[in-house]
Design a protein around this ligand. Structure first.
Ligand code: AMP
Ligand code: TRP
Length: 331
């Protein structure tokens, strides 16, 4: 049996980068026949990670249920996958503490996400330690594969290093997880600045398309998305900005980047933008329809999270006990 684990922070509005890089992959994994029978899937709402940058407490609580509803609206089926909130299972923070004691300081200093975020926010210890908590999330469940966007690759490499180090120090305990990163569209860039990643924390509302944006907002954002000085799509002069839009297109039509480029060759930028906006509107409208049906059902959402927590806790507590025994902790 294979175990798949991934998570998203409830730290802002989920956007099409999260959908393309993570959520869509999760749904495909969940629904692929061969995987269903042999996989155990965990999709976590990683709220302890979210508080490594300042959050408004009332907003954060609401976002946790919003993200849960968006997981379900995007196609995560709680009968096939286990959805739970990270802070509801204290094993994550406890294993992170133990892993801290074998984590070299210098290795965390090299994490590019820490370098980026610590320039934008006050660099607290939690932000520094973020990748160790992520390693703990993954290792607690004997995870085989972690479906994420490109930006998380370095964190999964650290996870593997920590697992190997622990195993060689204390005996075989942790499985070494593999990152599962799509070949195409693994890193969606800002619609306003193709040099920076599409991100929940971008202050420019035109830079991201959120999963809950209205049709008018989506059309306006695509219309205003930066391109280049050209007028027609041509493989000979592919700018970063245009490649990004084609990546988004390829993800929404479920085709390869190359295939989409061939198909679009010769179209005018404005013709292409209309096609792209239509596609995004079509997919997001479906997600939003399901979201509206479930988002108000707070008690159903909480039951789903409780069921997920119980299942997760049952598995993680065994691993944590084994770890504590090996390290020599407790009575
Ligand atoms: P986060 O928003 O940082 O909680 O990310 C949640 C998931 O979405 C992770 O798997 C990320 O790798 C993925 N992700 C976030 N932003 C992007 C992006 N711009 N392009 C592709 N994947 C992304
Ligand atoms: N760090 C991830 C991100 O920001 C979120 C995350 C936390 C995660 N724990 C995880 C992803 C475990 C995969 C597995 O995108």
């Amino acid at each position: 049996m294979k175990t798949i684990f991934s998570g998203i922070q409830p730290s802002g509005n989920l956007h099409i980068g999260n959908y393309i890089g993570a959520l869509r992959q999760w749904v495909n994994l969940q629904n692929s026949e061969s995987k269903i029978q042999n996989s155990e899937l965990f999709f976590c709402i990683v709220d302890l990670h979210a508080i490594t940058v300042p959050q408004d407490p009332r907003v954060l609580k609401g976002k946790i249920l919003e993200v849960t509803a968006l997981y379900i609206a995007s196609g995560i089926d709680p009968k096939k996958s286990h959805i739970f909130v990270q802070s509801e299972n204290p094993d994550h923070a406890e294993l992170a503490w133990i892993l801290n004691t074998i984590t070299p300081f210098g290795q965390l200093e090299r994490m590019t996400q820490f370098k980026d975020k610590s320039q934008k926010h006050e660099a607290n210890v939690g932000l520094f330690d973020y990748p160790v908590l992520m390693a703990s999330d993954i290792l607690l469940y004997d995870t085989d594969e972690v479906p994420v966007g490109e930006d998380q690759k370095q964190h999964i490499e650290l996870t593997r290093d920590l697992a190997e180090k622990f195993n060689s120090k204390f005996g075989q305990t942790f499985k070494l997880p593999m990152p599962m990163i799509q070949k195409d569209a693994a890193r969606i860039m800002s619609l306003q600045n193709p040099a920076s990643k599409m991100s929940k924390s971008d202050k420019d509302p035109l830079a991201t398309i959120n999963l809950l944006d209205s049709e008018e907002e989506i059309r306006e954002k695509i219309k205003k998305a930066v391109t280049d000085s050209g007028s027609h799509i041509s493989k000979d002069q592919g700018s970063e900005a245009l490649s990004n839009l084609i990546s988004i297109y390829s993800a929404f039509v479920n085709k390869s980047f190359e295939g989409s480029y061939d198909e679009l060759e010769g179209k005018s930028y404005s013709e292409f933008k209309t096609l792209l906006a239509d596609l995004i509107v079509e997919t997001l409208t479906q997600i939003q329809k399901r979201y509206k049906e479930i988002a108000g059902e707070k008690s159903i959402l909480k039951d789903i999270l409780e069921e997920g927590r119980e299942f997760a806790k049952d598995k993680s507590s065994k691993k944590l006990l084994e770890v504590k025994e090996k390290v020599g902790l407790g009575m």
